[in-house]
Design a protein around this ligand. Sequence first.
Ligand SMILES: Nc1nc2c(ncn2[C@@H]2O[C@H](COP(=O)(O)OP(=O)(O)OP(=O)(O)O)[C@@H](O)[C@H]2O)c(=O)[nH]1
Ligand SMILES: [Mg+2]
Length: 211
Amino acid sequence: MTDQAAIEQAARRVFSGPIAFLKSAPGLDYLPAADLPEIAFAGRSNVGKSTLLNALTNRKGLARTSNTPGRTQELNFFDVGDPPAFRLVDMPGYGFAKAPPQVAKRWRFLVNDFLRGRANLKRTLVLIDARRGIGDGDRELMDMLDEAAVNYGLVLTKADKLKKSDLENVQQRVAEEARKRPAAHPGLLTTSAEKGMGVEQLRRAVIEAIG
Ligand SMILES: Nc1nc2c(ncn2[C@@H]2O[C@H](COP(=O)(O)OP(=O)(O)OP(=O)(O)O)[C@@H](O)[C@H]2O)c(=O)[nH]1
Ligand SMILES: [Mg+2]
């Protein structure tokens, strides 16, 4: 079997098997042991982190989603496999205008400290809303990841909301910015959780990142 076929087969098997919520960590003191590889979902509030995690695992209500930004307020850990082989981490978003400044600051420290300090973190997925492109908050996050040499991959979300030419435009701009960033993985993934677009590719990327 080719490597590619083996990865596809592993991706299908892993994501159709058992996946379970492990725990919610409101602070770094509450993290699970760093004993398994992890993949984290980061990005602006409302970008679709929790929704994409659900699409990836093909389970609708696994991570809580909402129309209102600020839904996810803690680091939520999900075990993939039984016994678990790795974990997915759904995180609070940034750039949520209505969050009280103290709360927004707490989330930012939680997310940044986790991403910078978690030795077993294999890949951070930085989600970018295809309608908005890369914003200031996204740049701040990527600057931090670049400085800390934490490797990440960019993922466009909500591709279903754009017409083809606009989507191609944003893909080009985002890919170009990614190429300039030292810790960014080459290759931009374009997804729509709504339409299931890019979900297979994301599964393969996760399996590859886990190694
Ligand atoms: N059309 C469309 N809507 C989406 C897609 N992904 C997410 N959404 C919607 O975007 C909204 C926010 O999704 P969430 O997954 O809760 O976003 P989040 O990034 O987890 O947000 P926070 O937890 O607040 O940081 C929800 O109303 C989703 O239904 C998509 O691919 N297409
Ligand atoms: Mg969320």
